[in-house]
Write a new protein. Structure first.
Length: 253
């Protein structure tokens, strides 16, 4: 049977391994407390049956309310160069998104109708993020739903916000990922020791990604399975959490 609503508590979406992480008894608990660990990708933390059904539910309920966010490569990044190898690439992307904190929009009402907002505002969701962060998080946090369609991507960026006092010393992003059956592959490429040398397949149902930001990373274009371009999606439920006590975070040296 199709999934019609998300559980009220995020804990009810978790597998036995996810419950262990929530209780602080998993190997990944507190993984991002170490400044040298900027990113983790964890499989098997969500109940596999529910994770397989979540993508189609999001597509049916939230898909019609997404807004295209497209920032192409500006032509002046090439034609206004005056010196060899002086190119500068701003953050470029193409993805479809819905800010779940945005007033009483039709998209927010759709998210409420399927229980998505209640789950993402549950105590166990914030506790799950805290377990990965390994440090206290502020009670207020931002929520966003993102869908990658075939060809959608996010170019190299570091998610640093030096102009925002609460975020300039670092913060946590939590991605809960779901895919529709037509999605084939998408890679998250990230920097280690100053090079884009690490990559992980992220087009997986129930994948949990957690980021200790800022750090450099990018997402390759979503690839669809043969003859399934129209239905291929990778969905992300994104929570952005600020730390309670901001300490200087210079990352790995």
């Amino acid at each position: 049977m199709p999934m019609r609503r998300f559980p009220t508590e995020f804990a009810d979406l978790l597998s036995a391994q996810g419950q262990k992480l929530l209780a602080g008894n998993h190997a990944a608990a507190g993984a991002l407390a170490n400044p040298r660990t900027r990113f983790v990708a964890l499989n098997g933390l969500l109940d596999a049956r529910q994770a397989a059904l979540a993508g189609p539910l999001l597509e049916a309920a939230i898909g019609p309310h997404l807004r295209l966010m497209a920032q192409p490569i500006p032509p002046e990044s090439i034609w206004e160069m005056s010196r060899n190898y002086s190119e500068i690439l701003p953050k470029v992307m193409r993805q479809h998104t819905l800010h779940l904190d945005a007033g009483q929009s039709a998209g927010r009402r759709a998210a409420e109708a399927i229980g998505l907002l209640a789950m993402l505002r549950s105590d166990s969701y914030r506790a799950f993020a805290t377990a990965l962060a390994g440090r206290p998080l502020k009670r207020k946090y931002g929520l966003q739903a993102i869908a990658y369609h075939p060809g959608d991507y996010a170019g190299p960026h570091n998610d640093h916000h030096p102009e925002e006092p609460e975020a300039r010393q670092g913060y946590l992003d939590l991605h809960i990922g779901f895919v529709t059956p037509g999605a084939r592959s998408q890679l998250l490429v990230y920097a280690k020791a100053g090079h884009f040398s690490e990559a992980v397949e992220v087009a997986r149902n129930g994948l949990v990604n957690a980021y200790r930001l800022p750090f450099w990373h990018y997402t390759t274009p979503l690839l669809a399975k043969r003859r399934q371009v129209e239905t291929a999606r990778r969905w992300i439920l994104l929570g952005t959490f600020l730390y309670k006590a901001a300490a200087p975070d210079q990352g790995a040296r």
